[in-house]
Design a protein around this ligand. Structure first.
Ligand SMILES: [Zn+2]
Ligand SMILES: [Zn+2]
Length: 480
């Protein structure tokens, strides 16, 4: 056996995730140290063909790695390469095969003794560091059972790239087959995969122990202490990314209190600056959870939370709930089944065409509701994902007009009752802070009950469409 880039890659190729190409995997590996590296091949111009050819030659040990890869590998930042492996290589591998990969690489390394070939030495000596991130030697690797997977992969990769000649594996590369990898399955109990923290701890313990002066217990304590401190330091930047993304998406990327634009980071990416998650507790022993979490701007609003009154906290929480509800609503209506629900409601409405409550009406009635209230959340609703859905409603209406003689004007009945409610005192009722929302909700309720309490979201969209249609008519009326 020979450890080289080809044999290393052959192990990973046997354990790829579904739909990962060899050439993609090969490229991703080399990009860990040479991000701009591109395969070239004399006489071949088709770039894809070149990638294919070169990666399969590397995999068969028929070609050596380019200096453009091995040179930067010698000076690459170890932590950076390791985290690149965690983020970019692990997703390309079958998660069920991590232990087989480790066992296979251990086996190849153990069976690669130093031998004289011609006037050169090949193979690995016991004192040679074979995993360059943690610096573990070939002899130390033999009894080792605890592994931080991505670190190990990165470290062995760096060794193969900087210390081995790929062609030297040509004679033995054929023995690294799927069967060879699978032969390790009965032994996976020998391997324990460590999380980052445990791995850090593990290497610290052995580092302190190695200094010779201190006992095991002392080493353990030091390691525990150091890892705790590291975690404390890392805490602010490690703030739950996905919670932050959720909260910011719900708040439309704004500070919930002052409305300042904070932005919405992509999941998995480091969050945007000037914002933090604050937990609004209504009693001191309340736990921190999604329900009481909000995102506020760091420079102004977050520091104010500690001096906020109970009422102010309640108001902020109320805002948060509204935001969350709207987001949940938007998530639901983005489903592929949703147009079908709209159609179902419209068909149902059509059936009740001649029943009381949905009498036909003329377009002029639709212009009646002039007192549009600009409620921010409703407006957001209407403006964001709605436009697309209104189109859907319109298209379905038009199709049903052809198919079943659907009469769009019958919605006028709904709108007429709405305008009557506006005239008839909704505005004067002090309990109703937002007449437009109030009326929209009544219309939704009406449609919803007509539907036998089904497809509430579709009802909301259709009512939203009506409201929007009024907007449009108003615009037209103004222009003419
Ligand atoms: Zn090779
Ligand atoms: Zn703010």
């Amino acid at each position: 056996m020979r450890l080289c880039f080809g044999s290393y890659m052959a192990v990973l190729v046997s354990c790829k995730a579904v739909n990962v190409d060899n050439k993609e995997l090969c490229e991703a590996l080399l990009h860990s140290v040479a991000p701009n590296f591109e395969f070239t091949y004399d006489g071949q111009e088709n770039a894809d063909r070149v990638r294919e050819d070169v990666s399969s030659k590397l995999l068969r040990c028929e070609q050596n790695l380019s200096k453009d890869v091995s040179d930067p590998a010698r000076t690459a930042g170890l932590e950076e390469v390791a985290s690149y492996f965690r983020n970019n290589i692990l997703p390309m591998l079958d998660r069920n095969m991590s232990k087989q990969i480790i066992l296979a690489l251990k086996d190849i390394i153990a069976n690669d003794p130093p031998v004289k070939v011609g006037n050169k030495m090949q193979g690995i000596d016991g004192d040679t560091k074979v995993e360059l991130v943690s610096g573990i030697t070939k002899s130390e690797l033999v009894p080792k059972g605890d592994f931080c997977f991505h670190t190990f992969l990165a470290g062995v990769f760096l060794y193969t790239v900087t210390n081995t000649t790929n062609r030297t594996g040509k004679a033995t590369i054929k023995s690294i087959t799927d069967e060879y990898i699978l032969s390790f399955t009965p032994r996976i109990g020998e391997i324990t995969l460590l999380e980052d923290d445990e791995a850090k701890r593990g290497s610290l313990v052995s580092a302190v122990k190695e200094s010779g002066k201190y006992g095991e217990e002392f080493a353990e304590n030091v390691a525990g202490f150091v890892v705790d401190r590291i975690n404390q330091l890392a805490l602010p930047s490690k703030q739950d990314d996905s919670l932050l993304v959720t909260l910011l998406s719900e708040a439309n990327g704004n500070c919930l209190k002052c409305g300042k634009k904070l932005g919405i980071p992509k999941r998995g990416k480091v969050p945007v600056g000037n914002c933090e998650i604050v937990y609004l507790k209504q009693s001191p022993n309340e736990s921190e959870c999604y329900e009481n979490a909000v995102v506020l701007c760091t420079d102004e609003c977050a520091p104010l939370v500690s001096v906020m009154s109970e009422i102010e906290i309640d108001e902020l929480l109320e805002d948060k709930r509204r935001c969350a509800n709207i987001q949940a609503f938007l998530d639901r209506i983005s489903g592929i089944k949703f147009p079908e629900e709209i159609e179902a409601v419209l068909r149902e409405v059509h059936k009740t065409k001649n029943a009381k409550g949905l009498e036909g009406t003329s377009v002029t009635d639709l212009v009646e509701i002039e007192r549009k209230i600009h409620e921010p959340y409703l407006k957001d609703k209407i403006n964001a994902s709605m436009a697309r859905l209104y189109k859907t409603v319109k298209v379905i209406c038009a199709r049903l007009e052809q198919e079943i003689g659907f009469d769009t004007n019958m919605f006028g009945g709904l709108m007429r009752s709405a305008s009557m409610m506006v005239e008839g005192g909704v505005m004067k009722n002090a309990d109703i802070t937002d007449p437009q929302e109030y009326i929209a909700n009544l219309l939704v309720d009406k449609l919803y009950s007509q539907m036998g309490q089904k497809y509430k979201d579709a009802c909301e969209i259709i009512v939203g469409y009506l409201v929007k249609r009024c907007d449009l008519f108003n615009e037209n009326a103004k222009q003419s």
